[in-house]
Every structure is written in structure tokens, then in C-alpha cells.
Design a protein around this ligand. Sequence first.
Ligand code: HEM
Length: 428
Amino acid sequence: MIPFEKGLPFIGNFLAYQKDKISFLTKMHKKNGDTFKVKIGNINLTVVTNPEDITRIMQENFNNYIKKSNIDQFFGKKNIFLSNGEEWKEQRKMIRPVFKNEHIANFIPLIEQICEEEFSQLEECEVFDIQEFFNKISFKVITSTIIGNEFQAHYQLKEHIKIVTDSLTQMNSIQNFALLYKSKIKKRDKSIEFIDKVIFKIIDDKKKSKEFSSDALSMLAELSLQKDSTMTDKEIRDQLVTLIFAGYETTALCMSWLTHLLSKNSPYQVILREEFKTLLNTSPLESTPYQTVDNIIKESMRLYPPGWAWSRVALKEDLLKNHKVIAGEIILMSPYLTHRDPKIWDEPNKFHPERFQNEIVKGSFIPFGYGPRTCIGMSLAMIEMRIMLKHLLNRFELIDCNHSPVIKPQITLDVVGGFIIGLKKRPA
Ligand code: HEM
């Protein structure tokens, strides 16, 4: 029997979890070890942190574990992120071409151009919130790859998507207390209305214009116009909002955490600048030459994985290392916990990118998920981050402002109050 933290009658550990999800889970992990149960509101969660079980759930027996989430209220059920079984396989096959390296290669000049434009406008500053800046660049990149180069008209989408997704995560564990959040629900519904109006118009315009290029909207609109297609505009809308959300905030957060860590570990700024000098004529599509750069990005994602937790529901019973799963059981996996487990990582809380020069135990480093449902945008995200990092460090020295970001996990590992650093211009 694994430990079961039942908490208070009716609400379980709801209050402690709502107050600080990461601290609560970290405390439970330390106290109870690899596998334990917690009650949050009326939901029992089995938390699984060891790499063997993660490999079992996410890869070896992955058909037994499905995604189920109330965020489908907004994203729809029929999209790549939330669908399951045969439907998911079809969705993944359909979307995959947009994220293949040959295809991403088309977007590299655009990403470079966006970075050039944005970084050239960035001024030297003693106290600067870098998160908003990366949100902007990342949103530009993602809207260009997903809906074409139409960013200017749709920048407001970003704010509304954030309102909706934040509100949905808060609801996730508190379905019984939804009444308390009446005004938030109203605000959220208004945002959904706005997003739908914009997205349905984009879809309509694209279909009417029949001018298709290499973005995801073009690909989906073109498919939907084929003779035997049953794809509706609602399905295209669901895919687009899912891809935009999955792609922009995660990448922006990763860059923000990385910048924060580099400001506190300045020798790595020097190492990176030297590396980028040797990579001047190397395409960011080629991973091998970027190993040193990538190890530093990976170490940031190990400490602060933007997708900090996800869940699965078991269809049938299964045997894990020290726990028998029953049908219907909800399993929570969190890279944040696994990435900081001292049984797996030496000095887990220390920023030490060189650790990635050694072989990594499978299932222990999972910032992009694991198995067949690994993040479809992983290559795009890594390429985008290599390019952003190059521009940032070419132009600026990052200065530590003694600021500690205040973690407030939502669907992603978000913070309140931003990431405050100093920017000192480097000679051109
Ligand atoms: C640093 C940036 C990123 C991080 C850390 C990240 C993280 C993740 C994680 C952890 C998962 C797995 C979730 C699960 O198994 O429940 C995932 C899946 C996914 N990601 Fe990303 N992601 C990033 C960037 C992107 C980008 C740029 C896109 C593309 C627009 C994207 C699109 C997706 C999609 C569509 C899935 C679902 C795949 C499936 O279920 O088949 N992500 N991501």
C-alpha cells in the first residue's frame, strides 16, 4: 500500500494545494517517497515520480493511460493535445508535417527577422521584466508558424488565451467550488467569445482566399476543403488555439527561466557567447554542434520545466514498481519533482549544465513529456530558443538584480511579478 495523504474531511488537501502546488507536492514527495496518493477536493491523485514508472505509463503501456481534462471546455475534445486512441493518432499524423525539420527550416529566416526586430528595440535597463518581452517574441513566432504572418492584428489573442487557461486550471481541482469563481467565469467566457470571433474569421478568410502557404492554418483549411473531408471550422479552431497555447507560453517561460539563471550564473554567459561565435555559419536546425548551448537550455528546463505536471487516467489495472493501479485511477506525473529527485540527480537544486554530458537515465528528464505523446513542437521550441539566446547574449550582458521569481504554477510553471533582471548593452 502506498502512502495516502487524505487531508481534511470533504476538501482533502485542497487549501494547501491551491496555496502553493509545488511546495505541497515537494513536501509530500520528500515525506512519502516515489509513489503516493493525495486527496485534492473530491479527487484522489496518485503521484508517480520514478523514471521506471514514468516510462511504463508514458511509453511501454501507454495505450492504457488516457488524457482527460476539463480544459477541453475551451480547447475542444477533438484536438491533438487532448484526444485519445485512434482519433489522437489521426490528429498527430495530420499535424506532424508542420513540425518536421524540413518544414521548420522555412521558418528560420522569419524567426531570425522577428528576433532582429525585437532585440534591436530593446534598451539597456537596470531593472527589466524579461518575461513580457519573451512572451511577445514567442507569440509572434508561434502565430507566424500556426496562422501565418498575421501577428499585428491578433496580438490581443495572447491576453485572452491567458485569461481562459488560467481560469480553467483553477477550476480543475475545485469543480465543487465553482460558484466562488462566478466573476472569473464571466470574464473567461468573454475572452472565449473574443478568441472565437478572431479565429473563425481567420479560418473563413483563409478558406475563401484559397491562398495556402506553409502554416498550420493553411494546411488544415486546405484539407477541410477536400471533397471527402468532414473537418468542421470548429475542429480547425480547436487545433489552432491548442497549438498557439501549447507553443507560445511554454517557450517564453523557458527563455525567461533561462535568462534568470544566466543572470545568476554569469560564467555561462561567457561560455555561450564563445559557443555562438563558433556557430556563426551553422544552422540552428543541426542539433549536434549546438550541444553545449542545448545542455545549458536543458539544465534550465530540468530546474524549471515549463510543463511542470500532467495527468493520465488508467483504463485498466496495471502493475507499477511498488503500486497496483486500478481502472479509473488518476495518475499525476511532474517533471518538477522527478527533475529534483536526489536519488536521480547529484545536487539537484544546483545549476550545473555539465551533468548533461553524461548519459541520462530514461524517463528521468522529461521537460517535453515522454513516449509517443512527446511534445510535437520540441524541435521548433529548441530551434527558436537557440536563436533567441544568440540574439540576447550578442547584444546584452545579463545582470543579477537579486530578484527571486515567485512561482505560481498554472498549466505552465508561471510566476507572479515577472522575471526581473538588468540588461547592460555590449559593444556592437
Ligand atoms: C519549451 C517549450 C515547450 C515545452 C517545455 C513543452 C512541453 C510539452 C509537454 C511536457 C508535453 C506533454 C504533455 C503530456 O504528455 O501530457 C507537450 C505536448 C505537446 N506540445 Fe509542447 N512544449 C513546448 C513547446 C511546444 C511548441 C512550440 C508547440 C507547437 C506549437 C507545442 C505543441 C505541443 C503539442 C501539440 C503537444 C501534444 C502532443 C500529443 O499529445 O501528441 N509545444 N509539450
